[in-house]
Design a protein around this ligand. Structure first.
Ligand SMILES: Nc1ncnc2c1ncn2[C@@H]1O[C@H](COP(=O)(O)OP(=O)(O)OP(=O)(O)O)[C@@H](O)[C@H]1O
Length: 249
């Protein structure tokens, strides 16, 4: 499997120039270690999706720098293996066919490799099914298998489990941890859900409300209960701060 690459975000600012300039991210620093599973949590509107677009190379920072494996991000690249929450499986292809698609152009036995990837995400027995025959959690796992086919150095997941019910969400989240353990890929999971951030992330970076930057990086370790309370408190403070600013304005 691929070697997980480190991701470095240095002093990133993003200002949108609409009718008037609007700074959404300001002085954001974050280090994701190679092979780490880090969750990025923040209140609604703090700029998580904006940051995700920068990491995916879809837009550029106004100032600052983003590096993956030491190389600056200058545009979209498959080695970053981006999975967005609106997974797009090909409805006319079987599960196996969908994963094989991620392997096109590779000098590998595509069928064998696709089967290996389905086994990694625990979906082997559905290989002949079509996406419509799967549960929404199952479709998410197949989308993950297809992203892993690109052997991403960093896998970016922007709220991938939105739309799943709580229980399925937990199951797919736990499966994501197992996938990460089996692959060694660096994973950045963007979420607004404290429970999910602490359950899945080995560390949790908490963002401030807009303009967003990283307020604190919390180690989850073996003290998940403490981490959950701490992350929850940090997020509540940020939400209150945002409301305070709105009331004042
Ligand atoms: N292209 C754009 N032009 C102008 N403003 C934008 C643009 N994209 C996002 N914004 C603004 O930036 C702010 C942050 O948005 P963003 O979607 O990044 O936050 P978020 O943390 O992902 O929110 P949520 O958790 O609600 O999805 C919002 O106020 C949004 O209106």
């Amino acid at each position: 499997m691929s070697q997980g690459l480190p991701l470095t975000i240095r002093n990133v600012t993003k200002t949108f120039h609409d009718a008037e300039p609007r700074t959404v991210l300001s002085g954001l620093d974050l280090d994701v270690r190679g092979g780490e599973l880090l969750a990025l949590a923040g209140p609604s509107g703090c700029g998580k999706s904006t940051l995700f677009a920068l990491l995916a190379g879809l837009t550029e920072p106004t100032t600052g720098e983003i590096r993956i494996g030491g190389a600056p991000v200058t545009g979209p690249a498959l080695d970053r293996g981006v999975v967005v929450q609106q997974y797009t499986l090909f409805l006319w292809r079987t599960v196996l066919g969908n994963v094989e698609f991620g392997l096109e152009g590779r000098a590998v036995d595509r069928r064998e490799r696709a089967r290996e990837l389905l086994s990694i995400v625990g979906m082997s027995r559905y290989e002949e099914c079509y996406p419509r025959e799967l549960s929404s959690g199952g479709r998410e796992l197949v989308a993950l298998a297809r992203s892993l086919a690109f052997e991403p150095g960093v896998l970016l997941l922007d709220e991938p489990f939105t739309g799943l019910d709580r229980r399925t969400r937990e199951e797919v989240g736990d499966e994501l941890v197992r996938i990460w353990e089996r692959t060694g890929t660096t994973i950045l999971l963007v979420t607004h859900d404290v429970e999910e951030a602490v359950r899945v992330g080995r560390r949790v970076a908490v963002m401030t409300s807009a303009p967003g930057r990283v307020k604190e990086v919390v180690d989850v370790g073996t003290r998940a209960g403490d981490a959950r309370r701490h992350v929850g408190r940090l997020l509540r403070e940020q939400i209150a701060a945002a409301r305070g600013r709105k009331v004042a304005a």
